[in-house]
Design a protein around this ligand. Structure first.
Ligand SMILES: [Zn+2]
Length: 340
């Protein structure tokens, strides 16, 4: 027992040192960049392009940790997912993301277990529009330990959904750094998704009862491997239910989001954490994914591991959604709407 806690403390300390090193490097790069451009205002280029090398290194490091065997598959209510929660809290803290409630944690009971959503907050800069919120979410829980296959029993959940989790963490980091959102942003990592969307359901109900003015919810699920032969980068569930994809592509000046017929066939719109927000708030709430049923054989499998991930694809996707999200956070009107 004691060894475990010493190990845990050491590892947390090592992570903090690692984060600090990354911060020093990225700060140094920023100084070089702004010295070169001799201006302090945020340019369109900065919004579109976080440094790709730093981004990919960070995506890889964070995803490898979250899907490591040490976290035992991040099942809700276990020590493994608690380690992941502490890690996410450190990431929020290091990137100046504030807790939305008193702490980052929103705990709830699910059966005889305790689940814990994590909610980071970046307040909007406009006195009026800051009362409108955009939620960027992903579940960070997974299914834990399953049956032994080739000596391995830990379902690491690298694609499902360490990939979406690191995506949201990178977006939090980026939006905190540019600090130029008129609307307020919530960065939410959900627990108990694998138990039937329990974390998102309870949070959607809670935020609705508190009168949150939700503009839209954008969720990230299984973005670890690219799709082949598509003329868009990711699909969005509930494509026909709103003009999200159309406006998003217009904002991005590029075809980022598209329609995957199989997403409808498998009712994916109702199968991730976007859905409770749609039910509670009746606003655009949709999931972005690149899992198309043909490009990944390890769904809910012990071999869903970091080494199977395409880090360049994940980083590229995160970079690519930034202009669209930035515009969503800054337009004077709520332009993204449900279709009638
Ligand atoms: Zn998932």
């Amino acid at each position: 027992m004691r060894d475990f806690f010493i190990f845990k403390a050491m590892r947390n300390a090592l992570y903090k040192i690692g984060m600090l090193a990354a911060l020093v490097i990225s700060t140094a790069c920023n100084i070089t960049q702004s010295a070169a451009s001799e201006k302090t205002i945020i340019s369109e280029r900065d919004i579109k392009a976080p440094n790709p090398v730093i981004l990919e290194a960070s995506v890889k490091k964070n995803l490898e940790y979250l899907s490591s065997n040490e976290l035992h598959g991040r099942e809700t209510g276990t020590e493994g997912i608690e380690e992941a929660a502490v890690f996410i809290e450190i990431m929020f803290e290091e990137n100046n993301i504030k807790p939305y409630y008193k702490t980052y944690r929103d705990t709830f009971e699910v059966g005889n277990k305790t689940g814990c959503n994590l909610i980071g907050y970046l307040e909007g800069s406009d006195p009026v529009l800051k009362n409108e919120f955009i939620i960027l979410g992903a579940h960070y829980d997974h299914i834990g330990v399953g049956k032994v296959i080739n000596g391995d029993s830990i379902a690491n959940g690298a694609n499902d959904n360490a990939s979406g989790t690191v995506g949201v963490l990178e977006l939090a980091k980026h939006f905190s750094k540019i600090n130029d959102n008129k609307r307020s942003l919530l960065f939410v990592l959900f627990s108990a998704e694998e138990m039937g969307l329990r974390g998102s359901k309870q949070l959607a109900e809670k935020l609705n009862s508190e009168g949150l003015n939700l503009y839209a919810m954008v969720n990230f699920e299984m973005i670890g491997v690219p799709m082949q032969d598509k003329n868009y980068l990711a699909y969005v569930t509930g494509f026909e239910g709103s003009n999200l994809a159309e406006k998003f592509n217009e904002y991005s000046n590029s075809k980022i989001l598209g329609f995957l017929p199989r997403a409808n066939e498998f009712k994916l719109f109702e199968r991730s954490d976007n859905y409770p927000f749609f039910q509670e708030f009746n606003v655009p709430s949709q999931t972005i994914s690149t899992f198309d049923f043909t490009n990944y054989d390890y769904y809910h499998h012990v071999s869903d591991e970091a080494e199977k991930m395409d880090f360049s694809h994940i980083s590229n996707l995160i970079q690519s959604v930034i202009p669209g999200l930035y515009k969503m956070a800054n337009t004077s009107e709520k332009e993204i709407k449900l279709n009638q």
